[in-house]
Design a protein around this ligand. Structure first.
Ligand code: PEP
Ligand code: MG
Length: 896
């Protein structure tokens, strides 16, 4: 027979901490605290399985639940020595929800349940405090009516105001017992007027009402939304905790408080908490009274003159401090606790793992290893990879004031301030003059790269998380807020406006690319700290992981950043980014505008030495680590200006008649350029581009090999292959160039040729492609785009709405869609390895830096992930956690 109710309290419990799925987080921890002998008011937990049953059976309960609840209640009565509903010495209970993971605000707590006219009189006599009894009763009616009966809260607040006004009182505490009795009558009338039936006086009816309300709260709109946002499955359900009340509001020898066993913002090993004398739990949270510090040190640090608990209740404080030590020793983690003191006796109401900043997480993990509480792998698991974003970049000084004027997508983390400029040229010019600039654009294009590089940060009003601005900014490590759609940019007027605020060119703004906030004026920032504890945790992570971590980078600055953050190679060097610099774009345009192959070769001849110099620098910086260089990928029109007005300038610079520039731009125009003449298609049309790039790579490698004695391994990557033959033809070109360079220099380049898998057809025919390709790199940006048939540049406009409505769980351009895109990857892995067992496999789409996507890469057995330089540490940690999880899983399987 299923057991539906689990008792706890009085130094024993039927549950345990590891029964969280059944008892919910709160219930499991109340049981655990009872088991380790901490003072927990007795109570019982109705399991999450009852919730599941309730919804599977037309909102009804299992048959034996009633008798199990009665038995649970009887145990509590026996322990406390009071009886539920008894007029002389009534037992009161609290009723709280408790899911497996905490869902704050899902259902409020009901306190003081069991009060009615008779039991309140009994409570008054028994406690010897009439005012306390009536105050508890009126709080109960208010809470129960709001939470369980659905009567609007403000009606009670208004009634309370009337009574206070009549009395001339300012504080609630000035009301005496008769005032409160009058208020109770008013409250009951409100309930009867609103519901057409009286407030329930029968404590049993109250109890079942509250239990039903907790289960009902699982399906409220806000709970459903919360679950969707936090990936909490519907099927988990919530438990209900019914627990004997203890009172922190029975006089000045009573108190209530909350605490963390260590400082949750710095991680320092100090007791960090607050309490209120003569108060009930909700008073601490409500912020009506100023809470006092637990410790003298805490009080002194904050410069508070309100006495600390250590001073006012030294005995209780000593007990609480012991509890703190017990909890940490037992849970081996920082805890967030709630407690109440009733007549100098300490009661523990809750404990759970405390939320903390990433800085605190790192410090606590390291300290706990030192203290022998946890091992190094556990420490690695304690830091949320994504949260490293908070510490790898400069962030806003938390002490500084800020006026947020707009919000966009948090496209590239970090905070930055600068004076507003609206063009890339202006950004570069002002930056050269020594100004800090913020580039503000409707959207950016490859032509803006130099300005993005010169700017402290980038703000766009259009585009999503994989828009040009977002991808490039992340790669460069520039903070970026993208798609701040409410901002209106007036390029002509040199200003942007939002909700009545106008910001002109030259005005300071600050952006926070981690939150998407746009802030007026200049807010100071603080720099990241990468040594010390951070380095220790990363060292442990590196020892635990299997996946290699590389970076997507092409500029020397980004490559150095990548190396600094621990990249083990370059997984994607996008060579087109190297063509946009001022001296190169002209040669590139000459190549595009040339009327024949000879003309193109001539222009390419001018680009060759520049490309070679780039590669030399990258190979040197990477010191023999593998570098994947991708040949030209974007359609050619991206290298020509968009505005006809700019054609003149191009004509002048290249010496080509403007008519020809116009004609060429028109010819290159494509309705659907992302699916058009780009990648290997373009290289097959103009193999001389492939030739030039291969030559630049091999000559650079040979030169660096000669200079350093360690010839680098070049991985030449052909983009957008969908048909094996596309790759075959280009590989032949690359091989021919290699032979030629060998003949000229006497050294055979050390290289392999591979392809990106970024089209579904490539994934499905991977067995054929692997006959030629020596490695695959999954380009999941394009693979997501082409699998969904969803434009990566335009989708953000409706994807947000899709997420809100639950049509998609997450933005598939940020978190890999494992069911669809992931399936194609798995197919390609299996078929590719079928043909070539030692084929090297990696991922270089944006997903390579997303922790859950990294977990997927570990599961399907890729060799490496590659991501933006600033996400390298995140990927290292995520890869370590995925490996540790996989090992644990395998060990569990082996024992089972
Ligand atoms: C990709 O498509 O995933 C990729 C890495 O290439 P790009 O973003 O340059 O198209
Ligand atoms: Mg691509």
């Amino acid at each position: 027979m299923t057991k539906w109710v689990y008792s706890f309290g009085d130094g024993a419990a039927e549950g345990r901490a590891d029964m969280r799925n059944l008892l919910g987080g709160k219930g499991a921890n109340l049981a655990e605290m009872s088991n380790i002998g901490l003072p927990v008011p007795p109570g019982f937990t109705i399991t999450t399985e009852v919730c599941t049953y309730y919804y599977a059976n037309g909102e009804s309960y299992p048959e034996s639940l009633k008798s199990e609840v009665e038995a649970g209640l009887a145990k509590v009565e026996a322990t406390v020595g009071a009886t539920f509903g008894d007029a002389s010495n009534p037992l009161l209970v609290s009723v709280r929800s408790g899911a497996r993971v905490s869902m704050p605000g899902m259902m409020d707590t009901v306190l003081n349940l069991g009060l009615n006219d008779e039991t309140t009189a009994g409570l008054a006599r028994h406690s010897g405090d009439e005012r306390f009894a009536y105050d508890s009763y009126r709080r109960f009616i208010q809470m129960y009516s709001d939470v369980v009966l659905g009567v609007e809260h403000h009606l009670f607040e208004e009634a309370l105001e009337v009574v206070k006004e009549d009395k001339g009182a300012i504080l609630d505490t000035e009301l005496d017992a008769p005032d409160l009795q009058r208020l109770i009558t008013d409250y009951k009338k409100i309930v009867e007027d609103e519901l057409g039936r009286p407030f329930p006086e029968d404590p049993k009816e109250q109890l079942w009402g509250a239990i039903g309300a907790v289960f009902g709260s699982w399906q409220t709109a806000r709970a459903v939304t919360y679950r969707r946002l936090h990936d909490i499955p519907e099927a988990w359900g919530t438990a209900v905790n019914v627990q004997a009340m203890v009172f922190g509001n029975m006089g000045d020898d009573c108190a209530t408080g909350v605490a963390f066993t260590r400082d949750p913002s710095t991680g320092e090993n100090i007791f960090y908490g607050e309490y209120l004398v003569n108060a009930q739990g909700e008073d601490v949270v409500a912020g009506i009274r100023t809470p006092q510090h637990l410790t003298i040190a805490g009080r002194e640090k904050q410069g508070s003159d309100l006495p600390a608990m250590e001073e006012t209740m030294p005995d209780v404080f000593r007990q609480l401090d012991e509890v703190r030590a017990n909890l940490e020793a037992h849970y081996r983690d920082m805890q967030d606790i709630e407690f109440t003191v009733q007549k100098q006796k300490l009661w523990m109401l809750q404990t759970r793992a405390g939320k903390r900043t990433s800085q605190a997480a790192i410090k606590i993990a390291c300290d706990m290893v030192e203290e022998g509480l946890i091992d190094e792998e556990t420490a690695v698991m304690r830091v949320e990879p994504q949260s490293l974003d908070q510490i790898l970049h400069p962030r806003l000084d938390p002490k500084a004031e800020r006026k947020v004027i707009a919000k966009g997508l948090p496209a590239s983390p970090g905070a930055a301030a600068g004076v507003v400029v609206f063009t890339a040229d202006e950004a570069e010019k002002l930056a050269q003059e020594g100004h800090q600039v913020m580039l503000v654009r409707v959207e950016t294009s490859p032509e803006d790269i130099h300005g993005m590089h010169a700017a402290q940060g980038i703000l766009t009003t259009r585009g999503g998380m994989t828009s040009h601005a977002a991808v490039v900014a992340r790669g460069m490590g520039r903070p970026c807020v993208a798609g701040a759609g409410e901002i209106r940019v007036d390029y002509k007027g040199g200003a942007f406006s939002i909700a009545g605020v106008t910001v002109k060119a030259g005005d300071w703004i600050t952006i926070d690319g981690s939150t998407g906030e746009v802030i007026e004026g200049r807010v100071p920032t603080v720099d990241p700290e990468l040594s010390g504890d951070f380095a220790r945790v990363m060292g442990w992570a590196d020892a635990a992981r299997r996946l290699k971590v590389r970076a997507n980078a092409e500029t020397p600055e980004d490559v150095s950043t990548a190396a600094k953050f621990g990249a083990e190679g370059i997984g994607l060097c996008r060579t087109e980014h190297m063509f946009f610099e001022a001296d190169r774009i002209v040669a590139m345009r000459e190549m595009i505008l040339a009327s024949d192959e000879a003309g193109r070769r001539h222009a390419l001849g001018r680009i060759l030495p520049m490309q070679r110099a780039d590669f030399v620098e990258i190979f040197k910086l990477m010191r023999g680590k593998p570098v994947t260089i991708r040949l030209l990928d974007p359609p050619l029109h991206e290298f020509l200006p968009r505005e006809p007005a700019e054609f003149e300038e191009v004509a002048r610079a290249t010496g080509v008649p403007v008519e020809r520039v116009e004609a060429r731009a028109a010819a290159l125009h494509e309705t659907n350029p992302m699916l058009g003449h780009r990648g290997c298609r373009l290289l097959n049309s103009y193999p001389e581009i492939c030739e030039m790039q291969a030559r630049a790579i091999f000559e650079a490698a040979t030169a660096v090999g000669e200079e350093t004695g360690a010839p680098p391994l070049c991985e030449v990557m052909i983009p957008l292959v969908g048909i094996k033959k596309e790759l075959d033809l280009l590989k032949a070109v690359v091989d021919k160039v290699a032979k030629a360079v060998e003949a000229e220099t006497g050294t055979a380049p050390n290289y392999v040729v591979g392809t990106m898998i970024e089209l579904p057809r490539a994934a499905l025919t991977a067995n054929h492609i692997a006959e030629t390709a020596e490695f695959f790199s999954f380009g999941t940006n394009d693979l997501t785009q082409t699998t969904y048939g969803l434009s990566r540049d335009d989708a953000s406009a409706f994807l947000t709405n899709y997420e809100k409505r639950g049509i998609v769980e997450q933005d598939p351009f940020q978190t890999l869609d494992q069911a669809g895109v992931g399936e194609l990857i798995e197919i390609a892995v299996e078929r590719g390895r079928g043909t070539r067992p030692d084929i090297k496999l990696g991922i270089c789409g944006e997903h390579g830096g997303d922790p859950s996507s990294v977990g997927f890469c570990e599961r399907v057995g890729l060799d490496y992930v590659s991501c933006s330089p600033f996400r390298v540490p995140i990927a290292r940690l995520a890869a370590a956690q995925a490996a540790i999880r996989a090992r644990k899983h395998a060990a569990e399987k082996a024992t089972a």
